[in-house]
Design a protein around this ligand. Structure first.
Ligand SMILES: Nc1ccn([C@@H]2O[C@H](COP(=O)(O)OP(=O)(O)OP(=O)(O)O)[C@@H](O)[C@H]2O)c(=O)n1
Ligand SMILES: C[C@](O)(CO)[C@H](O)COP(=O)(O)O
Length: 376
């Protein structure tokens, strides 16, 4: 089952003011769009970002990433249609459509919408209206409105891809959201619980509220990892996923990738979920000679399941030889690919121990790592 998210980000944010469209303004240290994109990483297979032709710097920037880009339409629905078209050859079954202006969306909401799509052709978060509702005219109450069965609509709104694509193609226009488009095509829409914190930044004061939400929910975790492997016979070592020629090999039950083991343990540590030995016991013959990326992928998956995203990882290799510098870029690239991070979120560096101790005598290689995880 292939799942995609379409983040519509082509609006001008006229009600929010501020000189630049709201999605490019800063919120708790990052741009609104960066927060929103981050929320969907690890939750879906593809992310489409719909951008206005006016935002040329964003086109330049995001062209270099794994995001699929699509051009904005003249209204929100037009942007959604272009986002759907950008997925035409990706064999997508489920699609989530989300406002870039809702950066506080939670993993819980995304998961609930996806789970609801198992049984419903469409599903979306709604917030039951709790305030009394009035009808007003010229600052005077002219009537009241029964609030029972009323919901405030939120995003991401989720659909079966073929059904919502057909629904948009058939719709005459003017819909407030994709649920309205889906219902016009006869699709049943299930409501999952929304969240008051999943606000859409619309007016200038919404930035302060979103910052407060970000601030209160910010859960940052650090973990450290340390590992040592002894030199033995061989003509290469595997370090951070890269084969490095050397006149000795590293001994170990798996491929003895001391760097990747330290990074994996740092992630387990941040999650307070033990260490590699607990998850992949050395006594178990199935891990004999195993590629260490199996362990790292497991730790990353566990982080996602627990609702954390990896913000950055820093790994230090301690050895006199082999020289790490020439291989460090490939190591960063390999580990960033495994962890689904950008290369600038992964650091690999090395130091000697001035010929002191077991690393100084070239009896083995040690590695230390730190991982920073943030509640997604
Ligand atoms: N032509 C458009 C219009 C809107 N949107 C997106 O649709 C969402 C709707 O939220 P809204 O608050 O209406 O955004 P804006 O249209 O940017 O805001 P405003 O109406 O204040 O200009 C936003 O993510 C916006 O970027 C879009 O992708 N393409
Ligand atoms: C789709 C939406 O977020 C549902 O609440 C909303 O309708 C889009 O924003 P707008 O202010 O109605 O344009």
């Amino acid at each position: 089952m292939t799942t995609a998210a379409i983040i519509v980000a082509a609006g001008r944010g006229s009600r929010a003011g501020g000189g630049v469209p709201k999605q490019w303004r800063s919120l708790a240290g990052r741009r609104v769009a960066d927060w929103t994109i981050e929320r969907f990483r690890g939750q879906v297979d593809h992310i489409v970002l719909v951008l206005s032709d006016e935002d040329s710097a964003a086109w330049e920037e995001f062209r270099e990433t794994d995001l699929i880009l699509a051009a904005g339409g003249t209204d929100r629905a037009g942007s959604v249609r272009n986002g759907l078209a950008a997925l035409a050859d990706r064999n997508v079954q489920r699609v989530l459509i989300h406002d870039v202006a809702r950066p506080c969306v939670t993993t819980r909401i995304i998961t609930d919408v996806l789970n609801a799509l198992e049984t419903c052709p469409a599903a979306a978060p709604g917030l039951a209206v709790t305030d009394a509702l009035w009808v007003g005219h010229e600052q005077a109450v002219t009537g009241t409105q029964d609030r029972s069965n009323l919901f405030a609509a939120q995003t991401p709104q989720g659909f079966h891809y073929d059904a919502i694509t057909a629904a948009h193609a058939a719709h005459p226009g003017g819909a407030a959201d994709d649920v309205e488009v889906a219902r016009a095509a006869g699709l049943d829409v299930c409501i999952v619980p929304g969240d008051a914190d999943n606000l859409k930044i619309t007016r200038p004061e919404d930035f302060a509220r979103a910052e407060r939400i970000m601030g209160t929910e910010m859960d940052v975790r650090l973990g450290n990892g340390y590992d040592v492997h002894r030199f033995g016979d061989g003509d290469h070592v595997i370090l951070c996923g890269v084969k490095v020629p050397h006149d000795r090999g590293l001994q170990g039950h798996s491929d003895a990738d001391v760097g990747m083991h330290a990074v994996t343990d740092a992630i387990y540590g941040a999650l307070a979920q033990g260490d590699i030995g607990q998850h992949f016991p050395p006594s178990d013959p199935q891990w004999k000679g195993a590629a260490s990326e199996i362990f790292l992928r497991h730790a990353v998956e566990l982080a996602g399941q627990m609702g954390y995203r990896i913000s950055n990882v820093d790994c230090t290799l301690v050895c006199e030889y082999p020289k790490i510098g020439p291989y460090a870029p490939a190591m960063r690239e390999k580990m960033s690919e495994i962890m689904d991070l950008r290369a600038d979120q992964v650091s690999v560096k090395a130091t000697t121990s001035e010929r002191l101790g077991f690393t100084g005598r070239s009896e083995g290689i040690a590695s230390l790592a730190t991982a920073c995880l943030v509640k997604a």
